[in-house]
Design a protein around this ligand. Structure first.
Ligand SMILES: C[S@@+](CC[C@H](N)C(=O)[O-])C[C@H]1O[C@@H](n2cnc3c(N)ncnc32)[C@H](O)[C@@H]1O
Length: 270
């Protein structure tokens, strides 16, 4: 069964860092950290840090006198994070822990980042209450969450095409990334967790990706949809790519495709 909590197995975490971070997740991690008011010398916790894209941008932003902790439940993601070259900035402490039981004391963080992760969690209230617990009074939570999938044409066409050819279970591996894309629902769970002074903006970034035939199989293998795609016949795999070439025809450039991606950036104060 395909993971709906973005649990990547085997060397998929390596592919996540090599393919998905430079192409899509990295620019959005940077957008979140650029938008966040992270002060030099502060303590920042990145929850569901994955391979640490946002963690590293935060460490560079707060500088040597600060401290960053990256936490994730997946040991494969953390192993890749730890293997990457050290950045010029705050030291980073990587800790394997679930978002439901963060390994920090009460009121120890000036800011918490949670980049494209809250939507995958089954118990979001519990995770948000943990983020609230570790924040200092007036500390700020910065979240990124994809806008609805219909506003993200690459993901929309990919998920629908995979669903048509390989079934809803495989497609849900990526479709789960859009399970928390309703601004009212986002506001309501943040208020329920005790946060106030909410601010939301939309980050829209046009990303240049390699040609569909080259990029899509690599992308799929860096997501929980990889095993479902591998189990399909070569004919079914080719049909998926042919259909996506047609669906994304208007996005074609000389080098590949250029597609707008849209994510909410949300800040909430303790
Ligand atoms: C799409 S990735 C985002 C990673 C990273 N924040 C980024 O922007 O590249 C989602 C992450 O959530 C993590 N995750 C899923 N369930 C979790 C949980 N219960 N506790 C902590 N992390 C979790 C996954 O292991 C994965 O690294």
């Amino acid at each position: 069964m395909t993971s709906k909590q973005w649990q990547l197995a085997g060397d998929a975490a390596t592919r996540y860092e090599a393919i998905l971070v430079p192409a899509i997740l990295g620019p959005f991690a940077k957008a979140l950290v650029d938008w966040a008011d992270l002060k030099p010398g502060s303590t920042v916790v990145d929850v569901g840090c994955g391979t640490g894209a946002a963690t590293r941008y935060a460490a560079a932003k707060i500088g040597h006198s600060g401290k960053v902790i990256g936490t994730d439940v997946n040991p494969g993601m953390l192993k890749v994070a730890q293997s990457l070259p050290k950045i010029d900035g705050a030291p980073i402490d990587w800790q394997q822990e679930t978002a439901y039981d963060l390994p920090m004391n009460v009121e120890t963080a000036d800011a918490v980042l949670c980049a494209q992760t809250l939507q995958f969690l089954d118990d979001r209230p519990k995770a948000l209450s943990e983020m609230h617990r570790i924040l200092k009074t007036n500390g700020i939570l910065y979240l990124s969450l994809w806008c609805p999938i219909e506003q993200n044409p690459y993901f929309y066409n990919l998920v629908n095409t995979i669903a048509d050819h390989l079934g809803a279970d495989t497609a849900a591996g990526l479709g789960a990334a859009f399970k928390l894309s309703d601004p009212d629902e986002i506001q309501s769970i943040l208020h329920a967790a005790g946060f106030s002074e909410l601010e939301t903006t939309v980050a829209e970034i046009k990303l240049d990706l390699p040609p569909v035939q080259k990029f899509v199989p690599r992308h799929i293998h860096a997501t929980p949809m990889g095993p479902g795609y591998d189990a399909a016949s070569p004919a079914a795999q080719q049909a998926i790519l042919d259909e996506l070439v047609k669906l994304l025809f208007e996005c074609q450039t000389d080098a590949g495709i250029c597609v707008p991606f849209r994510s909410y950036l949300v800040q909430a104060v303790k």
